[in-house]
Design a binder for this molecule. Structure first.
Ligand code: ZN
Length: 301
């Protein structure tokens, strides 16, 4: 009797153990499959994100190859080719001077007038623009690109005390402008001019640090070696501006002329036709836009 009782008890215990083990296995499997299910969902989302990133960077590198995307690609590469050709020709026939007309601080209410004049003379220029909103500005950025000029960067805010306060501020401002212009024009701009030039004395940050950032990001910066003198004084006469721009061309092999595209710089616009005519009359100079093939002119050494 004792033996049978004990055996039954053992069997019962064993049965219970099996049931408990079975339930435990079911619970573990359920938990594992729930965890795996969640993980799969997370990974699927991650893949989707990465696919989107790849799609965007693909677009970027497309435009990078030509600097200027869409229809401007052709114009830009043609200009780059011309620039190279002139350099070669220049060394062969006694030197053709390359002259670059550059306009800082736009767009402004004068941008259209400047573009009209450039169109009339079939001349391409370079606009170092700042970040401006509104329909007029947006149309100006687009027209600069559509008419084959170089859309270059000159900081978003143009506020020295903000841009030059720290490297982080500088980078944030520049990226903001770069993305803004890309959104409006489809062009990923890579040409830059420091507000105040690379020799400015206002930067809190060592300018070399900022130049390193530009280098690392494939951005080329340009200063100038001829100035219209229209920065300091909006009332400078058109005659004076004309003389400032063309009077020094004899002294340079390549002339990077700094002018301003601002609503209160009307005399700059008035001087522009004369500036172009005087350069073209020389016969030893050609007016070109700045491209990624242009040899930079730098103040900071
Ligand atoms: Zn400026």
């Amino acid at each position: 009797m004792e033996g049978t009782y004990n055996r039954n008890k053992r069997i019962l215990r064993l049965k219970r153990l099996i049931v408990v083990a079975f339930i435990a296995v079911i619970i573990v499997l359920t938990v594992v499959s729930v965890v795996l299910g969640v993980r799969v969902k997370q990974l699927k989302e991650k893949v989707k994100e990465l696919e989107a990133v790849i799609a965007v960077s693909g677009e970027r590198s497309d435009s990078d190859t030509g600097v200027y995307a869409m229809e401007a690609v052709e114009v830009s590469s043609r200009n780059t080719a011309n620039a190279g050709q002139v350099q070669e020709d220049g060394s062969q026939n006694g030197g053709v001077k390359q002259i670059f007309l550059t306009f800082d601080d736009g767009p402004s209410s004068n941008t259209d007038r400047i573009l009209d004049i450039l169109k009339e003379y079939d001349v391409k220029a370079t606009f170092f623009v700042v970040g401006k909103s509104g329909e007029q500005a947006v149309k100006a950025y687009q027209r600069i690109v559509a008419e084959g000029h170089t859309l270059a960067m000159h900081s978003y805010s143009h506020k020295y005390n903000e841009i030059y306060a720290s490297r982080e501020n500088f980078v944030e401002d520049l990226e903001k402008l770069q993305e803004y212009l890309y959104g409006i024009t489809g062009i990923w701009p890579r040409i830059y001019r420091f507000p105040g030039g690379s020799s400015n004395a206002v930067s809190n940050v060592d300018i070399q640090e900022l130049i390193d950032y530009l280098d690392e990001n494939g951005i080329i910066y340009f200063d100038w070696n001829i100035t219209a003198g229209d920065a300091e004084n909006g009332n400078l006469s058109a005659e004076r501006i004309l003389e400032n721009c063309v009077g020094n061309i004899d002294n340079v092999n390549r002339g990077m002329i700094l002018m301003h595209d601002a609503s209160n710089r009307n005399t700059t616009v008035e001087a522009l036709p004369g500036i172009i005519e005087r350069i073209q009359e020389r016969g030893d100079a050609v007016i070109l836009p700045v491209t990624d093939g242009t040899e930079p002119i730098h103040h900071y050494k």
